[in-house]
Write a new protein. Structure first.
Length: 58
């Protein structure tokens, strides 16, 4: 009974993980529209920028 009550209040581990990741998913989806609007040449020109961000860990 207590377990059911706790799950309703704080959710399951999976519920909490989904909630935590939903912010990241929104950021990715917002960035997708920006990247999709770039032409192939523009996207290719941004490759060094993406590599720099990847190496910086951000």
């Amino acid at each position: 009974m207590l377990e059911k009550l706790l799950k309703k209040i704080i959710g399951t581990k999976n519920d909490r993980e989904l909630k935590r990741l939903s912010f990241l998913l929104k950021e990715i989806n917002n960035y997708e529209s920006t990247v999709m609007s770039l032409s192939d040449a523009e996207l290719q020109a941004k490759t060094p920028y993406f590599r720099e961000k990847l190496n910086a860990g951000s």
